[in-house]
Design a protein around this ligand. Structure first.
Ligand code: EPU
Length: 291
């Protein structure tokens, strides 16, 4: 079925290779389309055969140990960025966020500094409305380009993306790129802001160990990290999964953690915080795949 698709095609491909947690069982089929047309072809073929498609960004996701049914796509070859005109430019979904930020910084464009330290792809950031305390994707995204389940291209104004805190309500399909709007700024100021954020992140987050970013969304007016720490859970372990001793809203893989270990630890944290503080923590990390 995938014959004729340009790009990398593999079967039973371990997802642990592509996740920042270094965890995850195999995808039935794995495709890195070499261009947009090949991606459209995968979508039409998959929807005709009713085969599920999942786009693997890899950084905000926990893939279960049984792997993923259907086709997993990675957009590594869709990674072009167009030169800006008056601060407006198009970037493809597979562009990595650190590269996008560097691109903006080099051109003295301001507005994306909030993203300093956000790993992963532009597409993933757009779907999740990735952000920090100083901003979020919805502030800079103008128009989102999707490939629909039937392979058509759809350009959606960002106002119709249904953005909320760490979420969106996009039509079904795959984000393949976006027009971003930034403003002219001072390069030195942008750089110092970014440097400071990266420094703070390094000091407060366990970025040196495999992780998937913040596990829980912050409850309104509070911080999930503060609650988990106050519940006495820093350093709690299940197998090789550990609540980070540096930032309690991170779970790290100390080496051989399975998805099952991580899930058990997530349940333990959720239950303990609910019992102690009456707060139901909502997951930020996406959990996918078979048990
Ligand atoms: N805190 C603790 N113990 C901890 C961690 C935090 O008491 O173990 C307290 C801190 O002292 C601080 C407060 O909680 O008073 C907030 O902590 P922090 O500044 O680290 O920010 P956060 O709310 O935990 C948010 C985002 C991060 C983002 C940072 C920096 C969410 C869920 N988290 O974290 O995003 O990097 O701000 O802007 O919105 C992510 O989305 O994956 C992520 C890591």
């Amino acid at each position: 079925m995938l014959a004729g698709i340009k790009g990398v095609v593999r079967f039973d491909e371990p997802m642990s290779r592509y996740t920042s947690f270094r965890i995850g069982g195999p995808a039935d089929a794995y495709v890195e389309p070499s261009d947009l047309e090949s991606l459209q072809k995968v979508m039409t073929t998959a929807s005709a055969a009713k085969i599920p498609v999942f786009v693997m960004g890899g950084t905000n996701v926990l893939v279960r140990d049984g792997g993923i049914q259907g086709i997993v796509l990675r957009l590594v070859n869709l990674d072009r960025i167009q030169e800006p005109e008056d601060g407006l430019f198009y970037a493809e979904g597979g562009v990595l966020m650190p590269r996008l930020l560097k691109f903006a910084m080099q051109r003295g464009l301001t507005g994306l500094e909030f993203a300093a330290g956000i790993p992963g792809t532009l597409a993933g950031s757009i779907v999740m409305n990735a952000g920090t305390r100083s901003g979020e994707m919805k502030d800079v995204v103008r128009t989102i380009r999707l490939v629909t389940m039937t392979g058509e291209i759809l350009d959606l104004p960002a106002g119709q993306a249904g953005y909320s805190y760490r979420g969106s309500r996009l039509p079904r399909g795959i984000v393949v790129g976006a027009w971003l709007g930034l403003r002219a700024g001072t390069r030195a100021e942008i750089e110092s802001h970014v440097k400071e954020s990266l420094h703070r992140r390094k000091a407060t987050q366990p970025i040196e160990m495999p992780n998937a970013g913040c596990v829980f969304k912050n409850p309104e007016g509070d911080s999930a990290g503060r609650l988990v720490e106050a519940a006495g859970l820093k350093g709690a372990q299940v197998g090789d999964a550990e609540v980070s001793t540096k930032h309690a809203n991170f779970i790290v893989n100390r080496g051989q953690a399975t998805a099952q270990d991580i899930l058990a630890l997530i349940r333990l944290v959720g239950k303990t915080v609910a019992e102690k503080f009456g707060v139901t923590l909502e997951l930020e990390v996406q959990i996918v795949g078979r048990n």
